[in-house]
Write a protein that binds this ligand. Structure first.
Ligand SMILES: Nc1nc2c(c(=O)[nH]1)N[C@H]1C(S)=C(S)[C@@H](COP(=O)(O)OP(=O)(O)OC[C@H]3O[C@@H](n4cnc5c(N)ncnc54)[C@H](O)[C@@H]3O)O[C@H]1N2
Ligand code: MOO
Ligand SMILES: [Mg+2]
Length: 408
């Protein structure tokens, strides 16, 4: 059976990120949050735009004040007051200074700012009580960024800092990748909606709601296709529609070896290339991955925990890579101490749900209480991590390190 690592490699090799020319949308600063920048941004402005003061104080010529002490202050004539947003009118001559405020333009002739606390102003004279460093408290034009260079690279998510940078660079129209489209449906004759009355043997389609939430969290657009009966015609129609309208299709259920597990046969009949049907992991073994010319297909297992574990392990990084994120889209595993004993039969890579808790600033993994059964959705509540026991590892003792995938 295929290892998780090999399954991951096969999947990621088939993910074609959105196209920098064809998959663009223009958004404004208020709708850019969490979108992915599609083209590099270059500004024609230097940052800072001009030499300016980092302090409230006095703009001086360093050579005038280089021997100032509290006993022997330098006395300069204040020739101008320069608040932020004001263009200085004078050139500072020897023996002169300008009153200046944080962010204001340094006047010609001045090369240093003395902070207000080291001075005393008396009418139009300022007493300088300490010798500053040459150039002190001046933020020079272009120190932070020079016009014409790359300000932001393509493929980064736009968070608060990036949005502030775009605003500061006066670039209110931003090219981002369109949202990936993800179609989701559930298969199974036993499934009903949360609103329907349960008859014996029926269960509520909870997978669809969990998957919609997870896909939305990643900023993708959801096409919710509902519950499809274990019926070849209905399934063929739904899958055919999905692969023509979405970049990624997620179904849950119907991928194991039961008589009503039709998904794989239908994928084959629709011309899919089926890359694998099972992965050596628990939960999540019956996972189908297939590709069509314009979409990727994940047949997730029907058991509720299995559907979510395979989403977190494989689908989440796939959506991120497809969305155009240039790096950091992979599933990242942490190494943390386990608080409790973790067990596996060693034959499958085993995923154990629980919580990462902070203990004196250090993360510790705690297994969830109750039954670790892939049909048990209940104790998945409030978990935020999956401990991973690799193949062959049967036991992790309390205090020993384990690999962990964060899920919340
Ligand atoms: N003979 C074998 N039987 C099974 C194997 C196997 O290797 N050999 N694998 C088991 C494993 S592991 C899993 S996981 C399941 C996967 O089964 P399917 O993907 O075919 O899913 P279904 O049979 O349709 O359903 C399984 C289970 O999950 C419930 N379910 C299905 N859909 C939903 C939904 N949308 N929301 C909530 N719950 C759902 C369904 O009622 C079943 O209880 O196969 C094992 N069998
Ligand atoms: O892997 Mo199934 O996914 O154990 O219940
Ligand atoms: Mg089945």
């Amino acid at each position: 059976m295929l290892s998780v690592k090999d399954a991951e490699t096969i999947i990621f090799n088939h993910v074609q990120p959105l196209n920098q020319e064809h998959d663009l949308e223009v958004v404004d600063l208020l709708t850019a949050f969490h979108r992915i920048l599609a083209t590099p941004v270059i500004s024609s402005l230097d940052f800072p735009h001009w030499d300016n003061s980092a302090m409230d104080g006095f703009a001086v010529r360093y050579e005038d004040v280089q021997n100032s002490t509290s006993e022997n202050p330098t006395i300069l004539e204040v020739v101008e007051e320069i608040p932020a947003g004001y263009q200085p009118q004078n050139t500072i001559q020897p023996g002169q200074a300008a009153r200046i405020f944080t962010g204001a333009i340094i006047p010609k002739g001045a090369d240093t700012v003395v902070m207000q606390e080291k001075t005393k102003l008396q009418e139009n004279q300022v007493f300088i009580f300490a010798t500053p460093q040459p150039q002190e408290f001046i933020r020079h034009q272009g120190d932070f960024y020079q016009a014409g260079k790359e300000l932001l690279p393509a493929g980064i998510p736009l968070n608060a800092a990036e949005i502030a940078i775009l605003a500061a660079a006066q670039l209110p129209e931003i090219s981002v990748f369109r949202r990936p489209r993800v179609a989701i449906f559930s298969s199974g004759d036993e499934l009903v909606t949360p609103e329907q009355t349960l008859k014996p043997g029926q269960i509520v389609d909870s997978n669809q709601y969990a998957l919609v939430a997870l896909v939305q969290e990643l900023g993708a657009e959801v096409l919710m296709l509902g519950i499809v009966k274990d019926n070849q015609t209905a399934l063929t129609e739904t899958i055919n529609y999905a692969i023509n309208h979405a970049d990624i299709v997620l179904s849950s259920g119907g991928v194991s070896v039961g008589d009503y597990d039709y998904i794989d046969n239908i994928l084959a009949s629709l011309g899919a290339e089926i890359h694998f049907r099972a992965v050596q992991m628990r939960p999540g073994k019956p996972l189908t991955f297939a590709t069509f010319p314009n979409s990727l297909y994940f047949g997730l297992p029907g058991n509720p925990v299995s559907a979510l574990v395979t989403f977190w392990r494989f689908v989440k990084p796939t959506i991120k890579k497809l969305s155009g994120i240039n790096r950091g889209w992979e599933a990242k595993l942490l190494k943390v101490k386990s608080h409790c004993e973790l067990k596996s039969n060693g034959k499958m890579e085993t995923y154990i749900w629980g919580t990462l808790n902070l203990n004196d600033g250090i993360y510790e993994f705690h297994q969830t209480s109750g039954n670790l059964n892939s049909g048990n959705l209940i104790n998945l509540s409030q978990t935020n991590a999956l401990a991973i026991l690799p193949l062959g590892k049967t036991l992790i003792l309390p205090g020993e390190e384990t690999l962990v995938l964060r899920i919340g």
